[in-house]
Every structure is written in structure tokens, then in C-alpha cells.
Ligand binder design. Structure first.
Ligand SMILES: NC(=O)C1=CN([C@@H]2O[C@H](COP(=O)(O)OP(=O)(O)OC[C@H]3O[C@@H](n4cnc5c(N)ncnc54)[C@H](OP(=O)(O)O)[C@@H]3O)[C@@H](O)[C@H]2O)C=CC1
Ligand SMILES: CC[C@](O)(C(C)=O)C(=O)O
Ligand SMILES: [Mg+2]
Ligand SMILES: [Mg+2]
Length: 330
């Protein structure tokens, strides 16, 4: 079934501009939401622990920063933009004690609601505005008069206006300029986790690394391998973004197109598709969530994997080559 899409003219900013909004967290998403809400005329405060590294950044932007508990006590609408694995503790300690009947609790990703880690009193609206973009681009697009698509969902509608209020919030961060899809917490959580694991983050980096390693092992220079497998990826992805797969195929040579359509399916083979189905099943039945919440207790395995990523040869040669291209922003 096709999704419903909402644009600026469908959203009423007044539904959020008469409310006080607390943004908990000031990282990738938090800074983008807080600054764009403020620039859209919304009264906003940022909730951060006293010892948070993010405090100075928010204060430097002229935002009012309080503790999460104080922000929740003050707000009608609370947007949770802290790491997924610590939201349940934050909810118990700083949010739940300050929730009033009629408040709205919002999320930027459905993880904690989908996997039952947070339960919210029934007289509070629960909704989500999930940008389909890294937070730094959410902000950059807003500032440029553009926006990124968002998914909006409602889990609890005590007020009868939970969806309209979430849509107003999405408008305030630029989402309805690009298009907002109505969905559920389950669909957002499962598709978002799948996309980032298999295509956007896990899939693409592994494809790049494997291509780079194959060329270097065969004796080609790391520099040539870097340009071929990583640098040019952006240029190809820009064409996909601007005009879909056909736009990219029409711009590359027939040689590339023929080689791509014959060899691509050998690389992303039936076995790869089977692994994708397995990753999806682990998301759907909660195995991934359980594994990740347990790993986040100490980050033991995760820290090792992060180090392996950082130490890969493609990172070293890339850092050197990018220094010669000052227009490539960090
Ligand atoms: N990154 C992205 O682009 C996207 C993220 N999301 C979702 O947005 C949410 C936030 O993710 P992301 O922006 O990546 O997070 P980040 O890791 O970038 O930032 C987390 C922020 O939360 C702060 N923080 C940590 N603990 C607390 C606490 N107890 N109370 C208040 N603030 C706290 C951190 O402060 P400090 O500096 O002190 O650590 C930091 O400012 C997640 O649900 C994620 O899934 C959704 C779409 C895309
Ligand atoms: C693709 C990763 C993401 O889902 C995002 C930027 O949308 C995230 O969780 O950061
Ligand atoms: Mg995402
Ligand atoms: Mg995500």
C-alpha cells in the first residue's frame, strides 16, 4: 500500500508554536532539531546533564540549557534525541517523574517503543519525527531553505491531535518541505535498522572496503584504489540521488553499464540477499535489539570493531589524498 505524504501546506505550525519544547540531547540530531525549532519561532530548551560535553556547544548558539529533569518539568513537548541504548534509563530517571497529563513525548527513532523498553502513561501522546538523514544534513538543508524527508508516527493519541502536532514539529525542522510519510513505530524502526545495517552504513562501507582490498591485494596502488572505490562513490551516489538508477546508468559509459549489470548481481548475489533476509529477521524478532542493548553495557566488542575500521589502509590513504582537495569538506 502506498504511503501518505504530507507537505508544508498540510501542516499547521501553530500546533507546536503555542507549546514549550524540550530537546533532550544535543548531538547529531539534537543540535539540528533544537536550532531549527528555534529558528522556526518555537520556544525551545535543551536538556543535558551538568557534565555533558555538548553543553558548551548549545550555549554558544544562545540556546537555554538545563538538566533533562528541569527541561521535562518545563516542557509540554519532550523530544528524546539521546543514544537509543540509554533512553530507557533517562525515561525512568528524568522524564517519567515530570510527565503531566496532556504532554507529548516524541522520538527521532522508534527503537525503545518498538522493543518495549519504555512504557508511557496513557494520558500522554507518544509520537515520532524520524528524519531520513544524518542530523548535520538535517540542519544544513533547513538553513539552505530545503529539508530532508521524515517519517512521522503516532503510538499513543490521548489528545486526539498527536499526528497533527508531530506534523507541525516536522514542519519546524524543514521535513514537510521535502515530504513527510505517515508510518508506524514498527515500520520506521525495522526499515531504519535494516537500511543502516545492510545498505547505507554496513553495506556500503563493506562494499568499498572489499573493493579497495581486492585492488590493493592484486598490486594496484592504494591511491588508485581509493579514488576508484571510495571517492567516486559520492559522485555516483549524487546521480542516484538526483535522478534514480536510470539517471546514473545514462551518465556512465555503456562499458560501465554493461559490466555493472552483468557483474553487480554476482557480487550482491543470492547469498548476499539471503544474508539481508537474515539481518531483517534478527531485527523483526528482536535479536538485534537484545544484542545491541547488551553490547552497550561495556562496548567491549564494539570498541574493537571501531578500531579495526579506523586502522584500515583506506582511511590512511584517504586522509592524505583529501588534504589535496580542500573543497572536500570534513
Ligand atoms: N545520528 C543521526 O543522524 C540519526 C539519529 N536518529 C536517532 O536520534 C537519536 C539521537 O541519536 P544521535 O543524534 O545520533 O545521538 P548522538 O550520539 O549524536 O548525541 C547524543 C546526545 O545526547 C546527549 N546525552 C547523552 N546522555 C544524555 C542524557 N542522559 N540526557 C541528556 N542528554 C544526553 C549527548 O551528550 P554528550 O555530548 O555529553 O555525550 C549528546 O549530546 C537516536 O534515537 C537515533 O537513533 C535518527 C535519525 C538519524
Ligand atoms: C543511516 C543511519 C541512521 O539511521 C540515519 C542517519 O538515518 C542513523 O541511525 O544514524
Ligand atoms: Mg535512519
Ligand atoms: Mg538509524
Amino acid at each position: 500500500m502506498a504511503a501518505e505524504v504530507f507537505y508544508d501546506s498540510d501542516a499547521d505550525l501553530a500546533l507546536i508554536s503555542d507549546k514549550s519544547v524540550a530537546v533532550l540531547g544535543y548531538g547529531s540530531q539534537g543540535h539540528a532539531h533544537a536550532l531549527s525549532l528555534r529558528d522556526s519561532g518555537i520556544e525551545v530548551r535543551v536538556g543535558l546533564p551538568e557534565n555533558s560535553k555538548s553543553r558548551a556547544k548549545a550555549e554558544d548558539e544562545g540556546l537555554t540549557v538545563t538538566t533533562p529533569a528541569q527541561a521535562c518539568e518545563w516542557a509540554d513537548v519532550i523530544m528524546v534525541l539521546t543514544p537509543d541504548t540509554t533512553q530507557a534509563k533517562l525515561f525512568e530517571k528524568d522524564i517519567a517523574p515530570h510527565l503531566k497529563s496532556g504532554d507529548t513525548l516524541m522520538f527521532g527513532h522508534g527503537f525503545n517503543i518498538r522493543y518495549g523498553l519504555i512504557s508511557v502513561p496513557s494520558d500522554v501522546d507518544v509520537s515520532m519525527v524520524a528524519p531520513k538523514s544524518p542530523g548535520h544534513l538535517v540542519r544544513r538543508q533547513y538553513v539552505d531553505g530545503k529539508g530532508v524527508p521524515c517519517l512521522v508516527a503516532v503510538e499513543q493519541d490521548s489528545s486526539g491531535q498527536a499526528f497533527e502536532t508531530a506534523l507541525a514539529y516536522a514542519k519546524a525542522i524543514g521535513g514537510t518541505r521535502a515530504g513527510v510519510l505517515k508510518t508506524t513505530f514498527t515500520e520506521e524502526t525495522e526499515t531504519d535498522l535494516f537500511g543502516e545495517q545492510v545498505v547505507l552504513c554496513g553495506g556500503i562501507t563493506e562494499l568499498i572496503r572489499a573493493g579497495f582490498d581486492t585492488l590493493v591485494e592484486a598490486g594496484y596502488s592504494p591511491e588508485a584504489a581509493y579514488f576508484e572505490c571510495l571517492h567516486e562513490t559520492k559522485l555516483i551516489v549524487d546521480m542516484l540521488y538526483e535522478g534514480g538508477l536510470g539517471n546514473m546508468w545514462s551518465s556512465v559509459s555503456d562499458t560501465a553499464e554493461y559490466g555493472g549489470v552483468t557483474r553487480g548481481p554476482r557480487v550482491i548475489s543470492q547469498a548476499s540477499r539471503e544474508e539481508m533476509r537474515k539481518a531483517l529477521a534478527e531485527i523483526q524478532d528482536g535479536r538485534f535489539a537484545k544484542e545491541w542493548v547488551a553490547e552497550a553495557e561495556n562496548y567491549e566488542q564494539f570498541n574493537k570493531l571501531r578500531a579495526q575500521q579506523r586502522e584500515h589502509g583506506i582511511e590512511k590513504v584517504g586522509a592524505e589524498l583529501r588534504q589535496m582537495m580542500p573543497w572536500v569538506k570534513k
